[in-house]
Design a protein around this ligand. Structure first.
Ligand code: PLP
Length: 337
């Protein structure tokens, strides 16, 4: 790994498998379709977040903190993964949830509770207006109660968290080489951005010009993600003195799959989830990976990807939120919400 790499606490089951989706490839007319299974980083940790949390948790422990504090929705995969990591490491966990969690916990939030996380609920407008103040208040409350908290933002998309996918890029490069793949396209969901930023920095740090990255926005528009990606990459480069520079020409997206907004599923998203479930027995989720996979399928179907070189979908997890949307998954949009 790069000499600038901070300490990490190994938690994820790595390397995650890189596998060809044989039945889906046939279904898509002989395309060359693969999946990198980061949904298999560990059952409770499942997904991309644990790779980032390996660094954040190590940093918290090294700084003498006994509590991780983070933010998200009640169905946040990141909050659930943080709660699981804390339980594993004997840390306390405080989750700042907005909107407030339902009285009857389900899906990811059921797991937050079972992992012993303390949850504090906020109305979204109040949280958004006073976020920094609320975080400072919570850290101060912990201090008064004799604890020391470390805050990590949504998705652990902070410079330290980016190391999770800088490292994952090196893992993928090795697997691609072992599979005799000389060049490939990698498609992934992007929201808070740390996964893509890590991969992008890793691509340039590891001189992996043969790995082409295609993030699919699932929550915000392209101008937002361009700004956020450049900002997070630059902060990470500066903080760790990385010998790379990232500019706008290196950042590109497969756009058109947000739908009406974050966590608002749509029919093509649900159809993409059902297709993968039926052909490969692999589950996606309606908030992140279903939307990104809808973009991946369109690009393979119209020949942009998966013809000249393998197209790899990075499965970033999220399966537990499926259990909060049963009617939607069975009946399409108009089911649950
Ligand atoms: C399942 C899943 N996939 C993808 C993402 C997006 O990753 P990032 O926030 O690093 O852009 C998330 C973020 O919460 C997620 O939970």
């Amino acid at each position: 790994m790069a000499q600038h790499e901070p300490r990490r606490t190994p938690l994820a089951l790595l390397p995650t498998p890189l596998m060809k989706l044989e039945r889906l490839s046939r279904e898509l007319g002989g395309a060359d379709v693969w999946m990198k299974r980061d949904d298999l980083t560990g059952i409770e940790f499942t997904g991309n977040k644990v790779r980032k949390l390996e660094y954040v948790a190590a940093d918290a422990i090294d700084a003498g903190c006994d509590t991780l504090v983070t933010e998200g929705t009640p169905q946040s995969n990141h909050c659930r993964a943080t709660a699981a990591v804390c339980a594993r490491l004997g840390l306390r966990c405080t989750l700042l949830l907005r909107p407030p969690a339902p009285v009857q916990p389900q899906g990811n939030h059921l797991l937050d509770v079972l992992f012993g996380a303390e949850t504090r609920s906020y109305e979204r407008p109040d949280f958004e207006a006073r976020r920094d103040e609320i975080v400072a208040e919570v850290l101060e409350d912990l201090r008064r109660a004799g604890h020391t908290g470390r805050f990590t933002p949504m998705g652990s998309s902070e410079p330290l968290g980016c190391w999770g996918y800088i490292r994952a890029l090196a893992e993928l490069v090795e697997q691609v080489r072992d599979a005799n793949i000389s060049a490939c396209d990698v498609v992934l969901a992007i929201s808070s951005g740390g996964t893509y930023c890590g991969l992008l920095l890793g691509k340039w740090l590891h001189k992996a010009a043969h790995v082409n990255l295609w993030p699919v926005p699932v929550s915000d528009d392209v101008p937002h993600h361009t700004r956020a990606t450049l900002d997070l990459c630059r902060r990470t480069i500066e903080q760790y003195e990385l010998p790379v520079s990232i500019d706008e020409s290196m950042v590109r997206f497969i756009d058109g799959y947000v739908g009406e907004g974050y966590a608002i599923p749509y029919n093509e998203d649900i159809r993409a989830i059902n297709l993968l479930a039926h052909t490969e027995g692999i589950m996606l989720d309606p908030v992140y990976t279903g939307k990104a996979f809808a973009g991946f399928l369109d690009a393979v179907r119209d020949g942009r990807l998966g013809r000249e070189r393998p197209a790899i979908f990075l499965h970033t997890g999220g399966v537990f939120s499926d259990f909060a949307w049963p009617r939607l998954l069975l009946g399409g949009v108009g089911g649950d919400e």
